[in-house]
Design a protein around this ligand. Structure first.
Ligand code: TPP
Length: 417
């Protein structure tokens, strides 16, 4: 037997683990000075036929379109009509108003749980607008903006959050875990990462059937540490699945900063490189950049060129959920210091810069969205909030078995429903 102690010698280095540390803790100044930002318009836009190996650098930079003055610059400017931009702005303002109101409803004891997407609205909304309505979305709990942009009724979202008698999901999901086949919104899963494999599988099936629809999936940067993420990328790459694989890097996974998922070692976009996938890193608070990158990836997918990984670089402006208090683990003024600003303010500023919007119109839009939320809430609460109203008990026996087994028939009889 070899004496390993002897082989190593006396001066062997004592092994230690590296534990990533965030830049700041509560009480520290918010410091984003280490973030290197290319200028807006600086990053090239390759043709969709490009070989992934030729664009590896795009996984380490940041595609930006909007500059500080609100101008759209560079090759990624999607040159959208003002009407599309105004629609995007409306969807974002409405999503924020909905989130604010439902957060308050939770604090008032009307539901058990709520999650906002504040500061990340462009991620879902610009993508929804760049995709076709019948493309299939596999979201996380932070892409409620997809439903809003696709025109799903706010009141139905509220019924779901309240699990009341009109809950479209009949009380079978946690609040905010929406699902709508009709609106191409796959059931949100509480188990992080599962949607990635499902999206790739759905996209493979679409190609296998000779369909024309593509899939898009979203995952948080924290959940990229799950095996599901890596399995999905393998299949997406091998079979050139028509799917867009979005990674929403909002810097935090509850209280764990991005470094715990590997964000200090490399960019999240760069994970695509190992799988031979094209990977773009995009300013997620820049509505135009998100739209342009999604459109690029969608065109690739529709041309049988396969999957694209997109890291959307953004910031979770508020708590993870109503069960979280970010002041316990991050510096206070981070939100104000985030170098890429707020997606709503930036699109608003752009529309004003091109003469297609005004402060007065913006105020009116905010009031209109607040009113739409208020009216929907009134309707939802007339049915009932959590526990005041519930789906009929007989629902729990339905939709699982084609032929109800004898023991369930008996239980149903015993329950008298
Ligand atoms: C498989 C699994 N592991 C852990 C959790 C608990 N959990 C819920 S949300 C969350 C953080 C996810 O962070 P991230 O993926 O970055 O997305 P974000 O919430 O920031 O949008 C964790 C750890 C879970 N729901 N499922």
């Amino acid at each position: 037997m070899v004496d390993t102690a002897l082989k190593r010698g006396r001066n062997a280095v004592v092994l230690s683990l590296h534990i990533p540390e965030p830049e700041g803790r509560p009480g520290d100044p918010a410091d984003f000075s280490k973030i290197k930002l290319p200028e807006p318009g600086e990053v090239r836009r390759p043709p969709i036929e490009v070989e992934p190996a030729e664009i590896r650098d795009l996984a380490f930079t940041l595609i930006r379109v909007l500059d500080r003055e609100g101008r759209a610059v560079g090759p990624w400017d999607p040159r959208l009509p003002a009407e599309t931009l105004r629609q995007g702005l409306r969807h974002m303002v409405l999503t924020r108003a909905y989130d604010d109101r439902m957060y308050r409803a939770q604090r008032q004891g009307k539901t058990s749980f709520y999650m906002k997407c504040t500061g990340e609205e462009a991620v879902a909304i610009a993508a929804a607008q760049a995709l076709e309505f019948d493309d299939m979305c596999f979201p996380t709990y932070r892409q409620q903006g997809l439903l809003v942009a696709r025109g799903y009724a706010l009141v139905d979202m509220m019924h779901q959050v309240y699990s009341n008698a009109r809950d479209p999901l009949k009380g079978r999901q946690l609040p905010i875990m929406y699902s709508s086949r009709q609106f191409g919104f796959f059931s949100i899963s509480g188990n992080l990462g599962t949607q990635y494999g499902q999206a790739v599988g759905w996209a493979m099936a679409s190609a296998y059937k000779g369909d024309s629809r593509i899939a898009a999936a979203w995952i948080g940067e924290g959940a990229t540490a799950e095996g599901d993420f890596h399995n999905a990328l393998t299949f997406a790459s091998v079979y050139r699945a028509p799917v867009i694989l979005n990674i929403v890097n909002n810097q935090y996974a509850i209280s764990a900063f991005h470094g715990i998922a590997g964000g200090q070692r490399s960019t999240f976009a760069s994970r695509g490189i190992g799988y031979g996938l094209p990977a773009l890193r995009v300013d997620g608070n820049d509505y135009l950049a998100v739209y342009a990158a999604t459109a690029w990836a969608a065109e690739r997918a529709r041309s049988n060129l396969g999957a694209t990984v997109i890291e959307l670089y953004t910031y979770r402006a508020e708590g993870h959920s109503t069960s979280d208090d970010p002041s316990r683990y991050r510096p206070q003024e981070e939100r104000e210091r985030w170098p890429l600003g707020d997606p709503i303010n930036r699109l608003k500023q752009h529309l004003i810069a091109i003469g297609a919007w005004s402060e007065a119109q913006h105020k009116a839009l905010e009031a209109e969205c607040a009113e739409a939320v208020r009216a929907a809430l009134k309707e939802a609460e007339s049915v009932g909030t959590l526990g005041q109203s519930r789906p009929s008990a007989k629902e729990m026996f339905e939709d699982v078995y084609k032929e109800m087994p004898w023991h369930l028939r008996r239980q149903r009889q015993e329950a008298g429903v």
